[in-house]
Design a binder for this molecule. Sequence first.
Ligand code: PXL
Length: 282
Amino acid sequence: MTKRLLVANDLPGIGKVALAASLPILAACQIETAILPTVLLSSHTGGFPAVAVADMAWLVKDYLTQWQQLELTLDGLLIGYCRSAELLEQLQVYAQHENVPIILDPVLGDKGKLYTGFDQDYVASMRQVARQSTILLPNLTEAALLTDSAYLGEDYGRDEIEHLLRKLADFGCQHVILTGVSFDESEIGLAYYDVRQDKISYHMTRQLPYHFFGTGDIVAILVAAIVVENLAFETALPEVLDFLEASLVSTSQLARDVKYGVYFEPHLAKLSQQFEQLRNKG
Ligand code: PXL
């Protein structure tokens, strides 16, 4: 059966983060999409000058109104960057109405700080969505904000990560994935907590000496693909990390400014094969 994922995220024209990365990657996984651009931008905001921005929140209600009238089968809703509590609530209500699982990338901040434009009320709204989500995928900053605990910074051990995963599980999700976890300079990756089985595992890639843009978005979209296809996380997550690492190596070999985005395109064919194999196994 063909699966369809609703992806609510921002869409930059240049820089390939968020929706711009999600669509080709989902297509490679043979997953159809319902596309909800929350914000349009001429490029992402990480280092480009004079970015043109249009907030599309005003249109979202009309999108969802139309979609409710269609015979649209949806298998999941990935929530990424939203700019208002109202938008989060609209998506939450829609997911409830359509009875689809929410995969939540709780975009709130990075490096210990809330992104500009967000406040504690917005964090509280994000907690509300987290309580209704099947999967929660925060970075360490977002995990601290959601659980109202101190940001772990750059120096932490497994005990602290595992404590944080368990606190996040209190939101009631079945799966929690902490992104950007690194215990030493050579590796970075994910800490995954399978709540029902009370099992924690780590999935790491080689850490390259660059700050790439959109790696969290790539992880989120592939995790959403795993959810809608109902694949086993334990076997699928290593494929996610392999795809990411290969893409980052290709990006670094381009010798261009990394702000132009992750060069994942050469690896889509292999990703497609790996997903097909996982689907057949499942
Ligand atoms: O995935 C990161 C991201 C998403 N969306 C926008 C961004 C960035 C990172 O800079 O600017 C608009």
